[in-house]
Design a protein around this ligand. Sequence first.
Ligand SMILES: [Zn+2]
Ligand SMILES: [Zn+2]
Ligand SMILES: [Zn+2]
Length: 270
Amino acid sequence: MKLYDFKKLSQKLDFLNFPEVTESRFEIVRKDFSEEEKKGNITFKEDGIYLKINGVEHKGYMYIKVADVEQYDFPKFHISNCQTIIQQQNQNRFHGHYYWSNSNIVDVQQRGTSKIYKDVILSLCNYCRNAARITDYKNTQGFFDLLDIQDDEPINDAELDMFGYVKDWQEISKKFRIENEFTCNNCSIKIENKFDQRFIQVHHRNGNKLINKRENLQCLCTLCHSNIDERHTVNFQKKRSVHEIATFVEKYKDELINIGNPYVTKYLKK
Ligand SMILES: [Zn+2]
Ligand SMILES: [Zn+2]
Ligand SMILES: [Zn+2]
């Protein structure tokens, strides 16, 4: 076994010296594609375009931010180097025009004006869809819903271990949630719908996200998780988490009330 991975080590040191990314993993919404590609942070995979930030890969898609919406309607989003993308590259309309995102909604600007269409759901490009044989979603909302959220607690960059151990987190978290049958240890809600299983999250009891032994882990629904202590309440005030809790409560309101979730009544009064 290799004891040291110098590449990861240097990434970590780079980060300590030059903290260029300050967003938490949950808030990454938009990055200039060409810039990231130049830095070697982009990887094309079958199911999406991955952006690496401080050693952790995030799945996303690319889209054009400024478009002639009035004439051509909203642009499509892409998950591969498809025919359209290659054409745009050949016509020098790629660099500086495309953005990477992993959000369910984006903002698009009308070309030639300052008009902004906010919170738009884009449709998947047909070439990309056919190439990857995508059948389970057709727009950015669907793409987002299928992201097996990466994951659970927002992890600060400072908490990444020097050898990138947190990279295994997604897998650990998934296994643990399967073991626990996607059931919240606190209010005991069980989520059967596979698209909603992201609402069940894995919490570190002692707060140390590098200790991933079973005794230190706990399965919690996102509502219980956000209420477990003050630090979590603050962490969960990030835009994406707030949206996620709202979606969860909206959809599972009746069940949460029925099983006596300790937070749902107060939440609904807000
Ligand atoms: Zn495409
Ligand atoms: Zn719960
Ligand atoms: Zn937690």
